[in-house]
Design a protein around this ligand. Structure first.
Ligand SMILES: C[S@@+](CC[C@H](N)C(=O)[O-])C[C@H]1O[C@@H](n2cnc3c(N)ncnc32)[C@H](O)[C@@H]1O
Length: 292
């Protein structure tokens, strides 16, 4: 279950009392909004000033680092669903205990990385993040070992991954709730960077916020940066993906689409009798065997 702890209008927050509902569907149709939700989004047209937007871009790293200073390792829940949801990690082996090299791009404090390393003893993981503090937390984790992982600080939009990872050497790249934190104009740079280290024929596994996720509808006016793009109170930003946008983004960088679909879940807060519609985009894009 995807659920994070936090205060209102900080990251993507569900109060811990919300229980997981039975409902989940996958498919290509975007979530249908209620008339009230349509009206709310239609009213929210004023964008944050260009000056403030430039400042947010300049201070993106600082804002993520402060995020980890405030929350240390306690914010995101461990993402144990990764192997369940992404059967690819198992499926891409040619034989049962084949060693896989993965890259966890934008690893944060390792909520996805460590469950993976624990669940699968035949993985070597590269992991990187923008925030030096997050990288330090990963290094300090009792499960961190240089035999099984290499973590480093990097801005995926600027710093060449080849400085730390050999070309064409990675079997699986996971990109989990990371691209949404990056300005849409720079997302292609991340995909270009990752392409260089991925083995031909291997995949990027992507999961992130989908269009009309509950978190998107909760932003107050004055938080909108652009189409489907918002800023939280702590200065970190969040983009909400459509299938089409993501598909074009990956294809323009030479990837082939394998899977690209919305996952819609409805969680229920029984106490308040509230239904909470979550929408994620879950996708898989492959680097072709031969470049065209
Ligand atoms: C929502 S968190 C997700 C962390 C982790 N993937 C997880 O699932 O728990 C987004 C992460 O993206 C990182 N990030 C944002 N912009 C980045 C960039 N340009 N390069 C590398 N990491 C970045 C942030 O520091 C943050 O740790």
């Amino acid at each position: 279950m995807f659920q994070e702890k936090a205060s209102a209008n900080c990251l993507n927050i569900l109060p811990t009392s919300i229980e997981d509902g039975a409902f989940q569907k996958k498919g290509h149709s975007a979530r249908v909004l209620s008339p009230e939700e349509v009206e709310k989004l239609a009213k929210d047209q004023v964008l944050v000033s260009e000056f403030k937007q430039l400042k947010l871009e300049k201070e993106a790293q600082k804002n993520w680092d402060l995020f980890y200073k405030r929350n240390s390792t306690n914010f995101f829940k461990d993402r144990h669903w990764t192997t369940r949801e992404f059967q690819e990690l198992k499926a891409c082996r040619e034989f049962a205990d084949q060693k896989l090299t993965i890259l966890e791009a934008g690893c944060g404090v390792g909520n996805c990385l460590f469950p993976l390393l624990e669940e699968d003893k035949n993985i070597f993981a590269y992991a990187c993040d923008f925030s030096p503090r997050a990288v330090d937390y990963v290094k300090k984790n009792a499960l961190y070992s240089v035999e099984r992982c290499k973590v480093f600080q990097c801005d995926l939009t600027k710093d060449d991954l080849l400085d730390n990872i050999p070309a064409d050497s990675v079997d699986v790249v996971t990109l989990i709730f990371v691209l949404s934190a990056i300005h849409p104009d720079k997302m292609h740079l991340v995909l270009r960077n990752i392409y260089k280290v991925l083995k031909p024929g291997k995949c990027v596994l992507f999961r992130d916020y989908g269009l009309y996720d509950h978190a998107m509808l909760r932003f107050k006016s004055g938080s909108k940066l652009g189409e489907n793009f918002y800023v939280r109170q702590d200065g970190t930003r969040s983009y909400f993906f459509t299938e089409e946008f993501l598909s074009q983004l990956f294809k323009a960088e030479g990837y082939e689409q394998v899977v690209n679909e919305y996952v819609q879940r409805e969680t229920v807060n029984r106490k308040e009798d509230l239904r909470v519609p979550r929408v994620f985009l879950q996708s898989k894009f492959q680097k072709p065997f031969r470049e065209t």
